[in-house]
Design a protein. Sequence first.
Length: 253
Amino acid sequence: MQQVEKTAMRSERREGVPRAVRSMAYENAATLGGKCHRMLFEHGTPSRRSPEASPKKEFKKEGRPMEHPRIPLEDLQAQVAACRRCPLCDGRTQTVFGVGNPEARVLIVGEAPGKNEDLQGEPFVGAAGKYLNELLAIAGLSREDVYIANVLKCRPPSNRDPRPEEIQACTPFLREQTRTINPEYIVTLGNFSTKFILKTDVGITRLHGTLQRAGRFKVFPIFHPAAALYDSKKREALENDFATLGELLRGEV
Ligand code: URA
């Protein structure tokens, strides 16, 4: 998106004109929505019985696949804790499943645990996490209101980017978490979660602050808080986007 357009949108926001829903709102809904929802829920499913067992497909009389039951978060957490689907399991102190309100309207999806998260077993507890708490407050939210999870449940060595095979191995857990929590909004933080949830190659710089759709979920991509810690322009964008999120949740836009 052109800088001029973003700046204009920012000044519109200051004048109280709703921004997110107008700019690219649902722009990709038709093309991305159905497809990304399908893909989000298509690859390997963690089992209710054991992590490695393959799921049984059940069929309704008319021949349409029935939705399989939602897996309780405690069961999913136990499966994640035992997971050895990719080599990241060898380097972890512990898995980082996710925390928060299991009935949240908003699911926040980050990238992967860092050092502090790996040590404490909770997402976003380091510097980016402290900033995330401030950002949530801008939206009128606290950590207790939302559920926070990551694309990967184990820390990549030296905090390197997640690899495609790790994302493929791990995301069935995120998919099931999402089904169980059944949020109204998924807030994707940064490129990895945005690209995974929306199944798009469009980057976060273009998508942030715009309302998208993935099947039944509203998706609101925002820059990753860590990317903004030392970049004042991104900080401004993040804070604007969290303010917009608050407006969306309150039905003001
Ligand atoms: N960054 C993330 O994406 N997730 C965390 O849990 C911590 C930092």
